[in-house]
Design a binder for this molecule. Structure first.
Ligand SMILES: [Zn+2]
Ligand SMILES: [Zn+2]
Length: 363
């Protein structure tokens, strides 16, 4: 196979004013922030490229769907980020450390097969964040101020691997059926009482299960700054669009740090859990034991996909805090600092109130 590394990264200037066009959330357009000019993104009518897995598990570079991108590596937390448009200064989306543009380097990557474009506008994400912060109990005033500063919130496309495969598994096990026996036991008061006890009768079982495992979603990046909270990590994959770099302009894209090989191992583990569940359903009865299982996967394909989140990285007293908003549905989650002085004054206030009440009661 011929190495065919190409570049699809195109910077589109506005036809009216020359400014860079950026992706407009919730649409399939790129637009100009200055004059409002919009252009539609050319979406590939052939749908997503599901790539055959095995050629890609070998060395990078010889695959069709790979190209080069410029990467900025954060020395503080290890995140690899790519920015589509021209920029002057940039801070790491996870830890807010400045990234040095001179340090940018070119790297190979497997092109995303699909992207779930941001559905929520940046402005809306500030509002969600502000609303959340304003409801926090005893949060430092500095944090509340930070929530008003848009430069703390950035839109980020997170890398994921998804895997499809045809699964087949032979199993042996046992089917358990419940029955009940009544026995006489002495209770805590020393009285004899009857008690119903559940027991299980086991029968041998064996068979074969098979089916299609669709879109096993595996995280493709890991940072020191912490994982994306599970609460916000649910996207409607039906909204995926065939990849086009137009969707990335105006946002930061993170490059996968978990190699495909490792992602594939996790996916296999997930397939095993699915196979076990299918075996249990196949065995039936009240309870099941799977004693041996021989699973095989065939027609394995994968996609590298990008999913949207807004991240707010915030430093407070030397500690890192992150807030996450799902860029598709607006769910928010975050860690938060407490203000010592706010809690302290609340406690003092409470003590004073009690003292006054006690004083009044005595008087
Ligand atoms: Zn313009
Ligand atoms: Zn960082």
């Amino acid at each position: 196979m011929e190495p065919s590394i190409q570049k699809t990264e195109l910077k589109k200037p506005c036809v009216n004013c020359g400014a860079e066009l950026k992706y407009k959330p919730g649409t399939t357009n790129i637009s100009c922030e200055y004059c409002g000019h919009e252009e539609s993104i050319n979406i590939d009518g052939n749908g997503f490229a599901e790539l055959e897995l095995y050629p890609y598990l070998k060395e990078m570079g010889a695959q069709k769907h790979s190209e080069e991108i410029s990467m900025l590596h954060c020395k503080n937390c290890g995140a690899n980020q790519h920015v589509e448009e021209n920029y002057k200064s940039l801070h790491c989306v996870y830890c807010s450390m400045p990234l040095i543009i001179e340090d940018a380097y070119i790297e190979d990557w497997i092109l995303p097969g699909a992207v779930l474009p941001f559905q929520i506008e940046k402005q809306k994400s500030f509002l969600i964040f502000q609303k959340w912060v304003s409801k926090l109990w005893c949060a430092p005033t500095k944090l509340k101020k930070a929530s008003l500063d848009p430069q703390f919130t950035k839109g980020l496309y997170l890398p994921y691997w998804t895997f499809d495969a045809q699964l087949s598994a032979f199993y042996t096990g046992q089917r358990g059926e419940y029955y009940y026996e009544t026995r006489r036991v002495r209770n805590a008061q020393g009285k004899m009482v009857s008690q119903r006890v559940r027991k299980t009768r086991w029968y041998p079982a064996s068979g074969r299960v098979s089916g299609f495992v669709d879109d096993t979603l595996i995280e493709a990046s890991k940072q020191k700054a912490g994982r994306i909270p599970t609460k916000i990590a649910h996207w409607n994959l039906k909204k995926l669009q065939p990849f086009n770099s137009g969707f990335l302009s105006g946002f930061v894209t993170e490059k996968y740090t978990i190699p495909l090989k490792q992602g594939h191992l996790s996916a296999k583990g997930e397939a095993e859990r699915i196979a076990k569940r299918w075996c249990r359903q196949d065995i039936g009865g009240d309870t099941q034991r799977v004693t041996s299982m021989n699973m095989s996967l065939s027609d394995e394909t994968f996609k590298h996909i990008l999913l949207p989140v807004y991240i707010s990285a915030y430093r407070y007293k030397g500690k890192e805090y992150n807030f996450y908003i799902n860029g598709e549905n607006g769910t928010i989650s975050g860690t938060r600092p407490y203000s010592f002085w706010k809690i302290f004054s609340a406690v003092v206030f409470g003590v004073i109130i009690i003292a006054i009440l006690v004083f009044l009661a005595q008087g």
